[in-house]
Write a protein that binds this ligand. Sequence first.
Ligand SMILES: Cc1ncc(COP(=O)(O)O)c(C=O)c1O
Length: 370
Amino acid sequence: MTDLPLAPTLPPDLDTPALVIDLDVVERNARRVASAVSERGIKLRPHVKTHKSVALAKLQMEHGATGITVGTLGEAEVMADGGLTDVFLAYPVWAEGPKVARLRALAERPDLLFAVGTDSLAGVAQLARAMSGSSARLRVLIEVDPHYGRTGAAPDVAAEIGRAAESAGFELLGLFSHGGHAYAGGDSIARAARDELEALAIGEEALVAAGMAAPVLSAGSSPTALGVLAAPVTEVRPGTYLIGDAMQVALGATPPDGVAIAIAATVVSTAVDGQVVINAGAKSLTKDMAPYMKGYGVIPAYPDGVIERVSDYHGQVRFPPGAPRPALGEVVAVVPNHACPTIDLYDSFVATRSGSVVGRWPVDARGRSG
Ligand SMILES: Cc1ncc(COP(=O)(O)O)c(C=O)c1O
């Protein structure tokens, strides 16, 4: 894991810190993954929590996606209002309080094919209470855990949950998994991909043996997306692949030139020996850092600099003696470690092509975390 990301070219005269996304790179990433997926006869349902942008979700649809994935009711609402018509909420929704009306409204929209996740009998019962008396038949997928250990039922329990979902009157579409342990480093990507294939196969077998069908078997994360393009998988849900970030490059899941995102930051202080301070701290870069990353983001133009500490508005970049470093007032491109939470810090982004500004695009579902 030694590759350094390349940063998109920054346009001049930005008011820093600024979120910049290069649409040429975005389109290249969209095409790269969409063509690999469609060649294997599998569907692509990208997770749009990465960018939370209606325009980028539509771009993904134009590049071969057959629907989108979201992580919250709020993201589903924003995307549906923006004109996306096939939305899977890949999350074990617990609908109570205000969420009941929101869930029902989404399920009842005539312009939307909407599905939700669940991973337990109690979750099915709660969804049934929420949907009671509704004119809509809720479409559900059961989450199975591929040894990630976050959410998801044991695959051999899928049939029991499936039966409960059918008894509740839901339309059971199938199963989904997320191999988030792909992010651990080492051989984690291949292992997580194998685990996802196995969990979905066991779950499908259990459903079929109990007389149910599982037309949708949905797998994936960005690192595992290309490793799960085989039976029984029918659909994959990568998100971060579209934008790329320093973690994806470090893992080898995105090529170095597949990074569409940069945070433009200005050097505001060189007062302390051996360091420069940029005006991008935790509120511009997040504090997300995998154990295999050296700092809170990467500055490709100055690869010896390590963003060692971040406070709200300060990023302290440490340099070894003699290493080239940016001057006071210089604007640098920082590739964030993790695109998804970083983008959520901004109301909008500067959309560029090869360093020229194309427009300022809203992060439509920013902050819609529930
Ligand atoms: C359920 C689910 N599906 C898909 C994804 C997309 O994975 P990635 O962030 O690796 O692109 C995620 C990410 O957390 C997820 O939680």
